[in-house]
Structures are given as structure tokens and as C-alpha cells.
Design a binder for this molecule. Structure first.
Ligand code: PAF
Length: 303
């Protein structure tokens, strides 16, 4: 029974004897992390908004390999959703998430309520200045302030030595890495390559919104990145030529609308007109009502 008593929520009862530790309060999480640190244990954090898929599980496996204890957070962060975005419809599956977390070997799931994270009177935000002014930040004003604010809070609460993020959210990874550097946070940030479905669609909780026909059209993102890669390897250096080719390919599929197709510097995210040795191709495309993002690096094979 000792193990069971450590679980603070009833939802873990179904796990039949072996439970993953669930912590819901900031104070308890901080004390638990402090105790782990004092005992000389290293901690990895994988922040998530739940509805876990293979992409998240891969981040967790990487976190587990790199530390003694793996903490994940499951928190749908309201402050990173703009008006009219999918906060209310954001998919949730607490029971499924806890099972997956247990199976992958997560040690602690931090699962606070909105009121626990943003107490009455809350009025602070963490803002990276320039990187959010590109790509997704242009159509989602305030989104990255919401991300950096919650991630900084999660770092203060779970006190990790290392935190793991997916390269699929390239801009998010860049913004968080910048925040960690600028604020001298003593946390190593690891970026993990995008995990794809067998049909090549980048894994995302939002894939769930796609109907069968929309899903076929969604594959145009990956096809267009392959085309861009071929053009670049074939010597094409003009961003406009590559952008136009990517756009035509995507728009030749039904239900698609372009939010952006950007060719940019992978560090500053500034647009480039002539491609250099290493470039980021970043896409945001609406397929029906679902907004999908994907990205790849265009770089010389030898790099
Ligand atoms: O990538 C996400 O799921 C979220 O943006 C994150 C990093 C968990 C912050 O809420």
C-alpha cells in the first residue's frame, strides 16, 4: 500500500497496484523536487498539455535516458491560447495520459489546476522580445509570452536539471532556449527530432481533428518539404522559387490554406531571400479548420 499512498489523486486507482505519482499542488511539487535534488538525483522535465501521443512519449524516453527522475507536466495553459483559438475544444484524456506516462516510466506527473498555476491577482509575464515576432507569433499574438511564462513557472516548480522539447515546435524550442540563456536558468534544453505517423504526418494532438479526406491533404506538408529539399540540393538558392513551389504543391490539395511558408535563418528566424548553408523551412497550413505546423532544415548534405 505504501506506493499507493504516494498517489494524490483517485484517478490512478485503475492502474492496479502500480501507480504513477501524481502531484497537483505547486508546494508539494517544489518540496518533492527539492528532496530529489538533495538526495543527489537529477531531474528531467517534459512539459506537455496532455493528450499524449508517440511524439510526447519519445520526449519522455529521451528525458528518462538523461536523468535519474523523469517528471512530466500536464497542463492546458490558458494564457497561450488567443481569443477564438481551440482552448475549450483542446483534446483531453487524463486516464489515457496517466496510463501512457506509467508505461513509459514517468516518475512523477505534475498536473495542476488553472487556479493553482494562476492564483488570484496573478499579473506577471515572461517575454522574449524578438523571436516571437516571426512565424506563428505573427498570427498568434501573445502566444509565446504565454508559453515562456508557463514554462518559466514550470521550471521554478519542478526544478529540473534538463527539459526536453520537440523540434516540431521549432519556434517554441528557439524561444525557450533564448529565455533560458537570457535569464541564466541553470537548465539544459534538449530538442528532439519530430516523430511522424507512418504516413509521414508530424505527430500532433491536433491531428485528431482531421477528417479522413483532410488527413490526405495534410500529407502535402511533408511532400512540399521533400520537394524543397530536392530543389535546394539541386542548387536552387532563391527563397521565392522554393516558396512558390512549396505553395503550389500544398494548394493543389483540397481543404488547404496557407498561413505562412517561411524560409529563414534557423537562429534569428529572420526571413532570407537567398539561402545560405543552413536554412529553416517552416510551414503553417490550415487543413479544413485544423492548423498544422511542420518544419525542416535545408542544408548541404555534408553539414
Ligand atoms: O508544447 C506544448 O505542449 C506547450 O506549448 C507547452 C510547452 C507544454 C507549454 O504549455
Amino acid at each position: 500500500m505504501a506506493k499507493k499512498n504516494r498517489c494524490v489523486t483517485a484517478q490512478v486507482e485503475f492502474l492496479e497496484g502500480f501507480c504513477v505519482e501524481v502531484i497537483e499542488t505547486v508546494q508539494e511539487m517544489q518540496q518533492r523536487s527539492e528532496a530529489l535534488r538533495s538526495a543527489g538525483q537529477t531531474i528531467s522535465l517534459v512539459p506537455t498539455m496532455g493528450f499524449l501521443h508517440e511524439g510526447h512519449l519519445e520526449l519522455m524516453r529521451v528525458g528518462k535516458r538523461h536523468s535519474d527522475k523523469l517528471i512530466i507536466s500536464i497542463f492546458v495553459n490558458p494564457v497561450q491560447f488567443g481569443p477564438g483559438e481551440d482552448l475549450d475544444q483542446y483534446p483531453r484524456d487524463k486516464e489515457g495520459d496517466l496510463k501512457k506516462a506509467r508505461d513509459v516510466g514517468v516518475d512523477i506527473v505534475f498536473m495542476p489546476s488553472v487556479g493553482e498555476m494562476y492564483q488570484e491577482g496573478y499579473q506577471t509575464k515572461v517575454q522574449v522580445e524578438n523571436l516571437p515576432q516571426h512565424l506563428c507569433g505573427l498570427s498568434r499574438p501573445g502566444h509565446f509570452d504565454g508559453v515562456t511564462t508557463v514554462v518559466a513557472k514550470l521550471f521554478n516548480i519542478t526544478r529540473p536539471h534538463m527539459a526536453v522539447f520537440g523540434q516540431k515546435d521549432y519556434q517554441q524550442l528557439a524561444v525557450i532556449s533564448r529565455m533560458v540563456m537570457d535569464l541564466n536558468m541553470d537548465i539544459k534544453i534538449l530538442g528532439v527530432p519530430t516523430v511522424r505517423e507512418p504516413d509521414s504526418l508530424a505527430m500532433s494532438s491536433r491531428n485528431n481533428y482531421l477528417g479522413a479526406e483532410e488527413r490526405k491533404s495534410a500529407l502535402s506538408l511533408r511532400k512540399s518539404m521533400d520537394l524543397a529539399g530536392e530543389l535546394f540540393q539541386g542548387g536552387e538558392k532563391k527563397a521565392k522559387v522554393i516558396r512558390d513551389a512549396v505553395q503550389s504543391l500544398i494548394l493543389s490539395h483540397p481543404f488547404t490554406a496557407i498561413d505562412y511558408i517561411a524560409l529563414c535563418d534557423p537562429v534569428t528566424l529572420d526571413d532570407v531571400e537567398v539561402l545560405g548553408d543552413k536554412n529553416l523551412l517552416a510551414l503553417a497550413v490550415r487543413v479544413g479548420k485544423t492548423r498544422l505546423i511542420d518544419n525542416c532544415l535545408l542544408q548541404n548534405d555534408s553539414d
